[in-house]
Design a protein around this ligand. Structure first.
Ligand SMILES: Cc1cc2nc3c(=O)[nH]c(=O)nc-3n(C[C@H](O)[C@H](O)[C@H](O)COP(=O)(O)OP(=O)(O)OC[C@H]3O[C@@H](n4cnc5c(N)ncnc54)[C@H](O)[C@@H]3O)c2cc1C
Length: 266
């Protein structure tokens, strides 16, 4: 499968739940042939009549035998497709196109993996974590060490916290680190790019994945490079329409400059 081969698939909403105050998780089940994809890839998602614009959403799970897909959709104020996705109901039929993207890891790689996500940027890194930690999958066969670092504003943003903490207890090669940027009661409450030098002596030889709002991803990439990660080993997935509050608070990017991180953002 290459990035340029894709198709349209019909799915229906199997279940839907708010997993943070602004993120809705939709589980979609295939009506017929399921979408083939690699963990970390994304789809184009819209209603079955294309009344809303198709938008990109990362698949939030590794491939499953039942073909179901999860998406984590941040509600963007005034956003057409995210507002639609927050309003659809169980059994509604939807259109899925894909798979797209290169936010994936090569089979057979053995290096440790660092997964960095903020907000709904958890989606592709959760898919990668599921695959990397499952020895029966090609991505998991090498038994690579996996660290998932997630950033939210408060504990209410920490999607799947209990699940990841349970994995940390039961899977020796997995670590989960959470930072809550607006909650000083949590063990960590600074942004991930600022925390990385405290948490890792070096990232030389580590494969790094960063997903979420563009300002977050850019800052993670710079921090990982500063710690010795090779540019070719850093994969990024920028959710290029910034969900609020990033959209409102990040100033315009000047030509050739990196977007500065905002105080209080994840
Ligand atoms: C590879 C990839 C993966 C992604 N994965 C996810 C994911 O897993 N989860 C997720 O939540 N999002 C994800 N996104 C973002 C997603 O694709 C959408 O961009 C997002 O949901 C907003 O779409 P929308 O139709 O709701 O908003 P839009 O209708 O596009 O509007 C977004 C915001 O921009 C404003 N706006 C729109 N057009 C203009 C304009 N011309 N001028 C000024 N302001 C404007 C709107 O008022 C609104 O505030 C991903 C993006 C990419 C590229």
């Amino acid at each position: 499968m290459t990035d340029t081969q894709w198709d349209t698939y019909r799915y229906r909403v199997h279940s839907a739940a708010m997993v943070t105050p602004v993120i809705r998780e939709l589980w979609l089940e295939p009506i017929g042939e399921p979408l083939p994809f690699r963990p970390g890839q994304y789809i184009l998602f819209a209603d079955d009549r294309y009344a809303v614009p198709q938008r990109s959403y990362s698949v939030a799970n590794a491939p499953r035998a039942d073909g179901r897909l999860s998406v984590l959709v941040t509600l963007v104020p005034g956003g057409r497709t995210s507002t639609w996705a927050h309003g659809i109901s169980v059994y509604d039929e939807v259109s899925v196109e894909g798979p797209f993207g290169t936010f994936t890891t090569p089979d057979g790689a053995t290096s440790p993996v660092l997964l960095l996500g903020a907000g709904s940027g958890l989606a592709p890194v959760r898919a990668l974590a599921e695959a990397l930690l499952d020895p029966s999958r090609p991505e998991g066969a090498a038994g690579r060490r996996v660290t998932l670092f997630f950033s939210g504003r408060t504990a209410r943003d920490a999607i799947d916290r209990l699940r990841f903490e349970e994995w940390r207890r039961s899977i020796q090669r997995f670590d989960y680190r959470l930072t809550c940027t607006r909650d000083a009661r949590e063990e960590r409450h600074r942004r991930i790019p600022a925390l990385l030098p405290d948490e890792f002596e070096t990232l030389r030889g580590v494969e790094v994945f960063a997903a979420g709002p563009p300002g977050f991803v850019t800052a993670c990439q710079a921090a990982a490079e500063a710690l010795g990660a090779a540019t070719v080993d850093i994969r990024t997935e920028e959710f290029f329409t910034d969900p609020a509050p990033w959209y409102d608070t990040v100033p315009p990017i000047e030509h050739g400059a990196r977007a500065p991180m905002q105080e209080g953002s994840p």
